[in-house]
Design a binder for this molecule. Structure first.
Ligand code: VG1
Ligand code: CO
Length: 546
């Protein structure tokens, strides 16, 4: 065994987006591509020094190329002088589980191999991201520094040791570095046990309550099986599509009404179970359904906030909550009633990290089916499902009743997101540029018969470290507080995706059953006209509506 130095040249475009570096598998399969990025990461973290005595956590969502990448990174970590790597069995660790392991084991950080909700397989997507000592996604200044380093890199170093057997628990040594193959579920399950009333949930299942948990052939399966069927006694078969597949069965592992259509069909059927849930590729997202009832992620955050003190882990109350800017204001209304702060951050979990670390917030969430708390530093799909189960168990209310209770008290924040996928990048950029150019004259103007109160390009100053993030999305707000937000996705790998977020507050309970798309139709018209969506994209309709 010895350490080799390999000459390399920079690749363009190794800039992490909303959540890590995501590219086509074929891009990652180019010789040196992954290694360059990992070397840049290590260089930024450690300078010229070895990472002596430090522990790195390593795992991924099990998608195609996961194992190859794990073996390469182990050899690079050994060359870098890490003291120890904790790697999930089979190379598997969900995103929230990685965060839990980093925190519980005192690791210096972790590498997660995932492109999350993006499709997998040889023609699909792959991704890599780094989480810091707090267990959370690298902040922007770190990802920017990594990118800059990738642009000047001339070599990387790795051990020529043979591959490590990943499928059995155990320890190995490579170049003096310990490699421990760990149970991917154990630390994660221990965290959940401390938060929720497992006895109450066990009684709920024992009483005949039926859940259908769709793991979408992704990494959430082993976690949900072990905890929901194993510990909480739900009948076998409660968790479906539970074995992680390298290509997610050829589907999008994205828990929303468009891609979790099989789950929706089960929950809309006459013999529907009491509750439905799904998680995404790396198990940090969640979708919650009641019987014949779809819960919007923004409402989910608000319900959890409103009822948090009924759950053991949050019984002493919440420090505050936060939501990403495009997420509906339902959580703000609940926070106001509770007398706690509500923060508005840019899209992406990395922006919650400082607020959580500083103890300013306890819960946080995004409209993109992400919810979480200070128990880890990532959004956590199964956590949200356990939270809902705990609430159903102790309140005796159904999922639908809990949401209707929120609407009755605070009005309904009718909400939808329209995505336009696969737009040529220049065209998407032109659309956004044209929108931004209109900003100074939008306030006070009337578009499609609706009066705009104000409009801006969202900028965020982190209240903890003062860092500023500009151009985080164009907000157009009407006189009645309805709003439309426009931004481009930072997680795609092909062309650009325009996201149009629509929200209207409906205080009148007699209107709460109007379908969201109908209630939002005037806002959709405004968005289409204002941004000239069809002109720029050629698309008359969005690709996906959630
Ligand atoms: C999307 C979501 C964002 C989420 C991010 C990562 O980003 O909108 O809310 O944090 O995905 O989630 P974007 O830039 O495409 O809008 V995951 O589960 O893909 O890591
Ligand atoms: Co995800």
């Amino acid at each position: 065994m010895s350490i080799q130095t390999v000459a390399t040249t920079p690749f363009a475009g190794q800039l992490p987006g909303t959540s890590g570096l995501r590219k086509k598998v074929t891009v990652f399969q180019q010789p040196h591509y992954l290694e360059n990025f990992v070397q840049a990461l290590f260089d930024v973290l450690h300078g010229d020094a070895p990472a002596a005595g430090q522990t790195l956590v390593l795992g991924g969502d099990g998608r195609f190329h996961n194992r190859t990448a794990v073996q390469a990174i182990l050899k690079m970590a050994a060359a870098r002088g890490y003291g120890k790597v904790l790697v999930g069995q089979g190379g598997i660790l969900s995103t929230p589980a990685t965060s839990a392991v980093i925190r519980r084991r005192g690791a210096s950080g972790g590498i997660i191999l995932s492109a999350s909700h993006n499709p997998g397989g040889p023609d699909g997507d792959f991704g890599i991201k780094y989480n810091a000592t707090n267990g959370g996604p690298a902040p922007e200044k770190l990802t920017q520094a990594i990118y800059e380093r990738t642009q000047t890199l001339g070599q990387y170093r790795l051990s020529d040791a043979p591959d490590i057997p990943l499928d059995t628990l155990g320890t190995h040594v490579m170049e003096g570095m310990a490699i421990e193959v760990i149970d991917p579920v154990a630390d994660y399950a221990a965290v959940q046990r401390e938060l929720f009333d497992f006895d109450a949930i066990r009684r709920l299942f024992a009483s005949g309550f039926r859940l259908r948990y769709d793991a979408m052939w992704a990494v959430g399966g082993p976690y949900a099986k072990a905890i929901i069927e194993g510990e909480l006694g739900a009948p076998a078969g409660t968790v479906v599509h539970a074995e992680p597949k390298e290509d997610f069965g050829g589907l999008h592992p994205d828990p929303n009404p468009a891609y979790a259509d099989d789950l929706i069909a089960h929950l809309m059927a006459p013999d529907a179970p009491d509750m439905g849930a799904a998680s995404d590729g790396d198990a940090d997202r969640n979708m919650i359904l009641g019987r014949s009832f779809i819960v919007s992620p923004s409402d989910s955050l608000a319900v959890l906030t409103a009822h948090a003190t009924k759950v053991p882990g949050y019984a002493s109350g919440l420090a505050g909550v936060a939501r990403s800017m495009p997420t509906s204001t339902a959580a703000d209304r609940v926070a106001k009633a509770l007398g706690i702060a509500c923060y508005e951050t840019p899209t992406g979990w990395k922006f919650f990290g400082n607020l959580l670390d500083a103890g300013k917030i306890t819960l946080c969430g995004e409209e993109s089916y992400g919810t979480g708390s200070n128990h880890v530093r990532e959004k956590d799909g199964l956590w949200a499902v356990l939270f809902w189960l705990n609430l159903v168990a102790v309140t005796g209310q159904s999922v639908e009743q809990l949401v209707r209770g929120l609407w009755a008290e605070h009005g309904r924040c009718v909400y939808s997101r329209h995505d336009y996928d696969g737009i040529p990048t220049e065209k998407a950029n032109a659309l956004m540029a044209e929108l931004r150019a209109q900003l100074p004259s939008l306030g006070g103007s009337t578009v499609e018969g609706q009066q705009i109160a104000w409009a801006d390009d969202f900028a965020y100053t982190d209240p903890v470290d003062g860092s500023v993030s500009q151009k985080q999305g164009v907000r157009v707000v009407l006189e009645d507080s309805s709003r439309v937000v426009f931004r481009l996705s930072g997680t795609g790998t092909e062309g650009a995706t325009l996201r149009v977020y629509l929200e209207r507050h409906e205080p009148d309970a007699s209107q709460h059953d109007v379908p969201a798309q109908d209630a939002l139709a005037p806002l959709v018209a405004l968005a289409r006209t204002l941004a000239r969506i069809e002109h720029h994209t050629g698309m008359a309709q969005p690709t996906v509506m959630t």
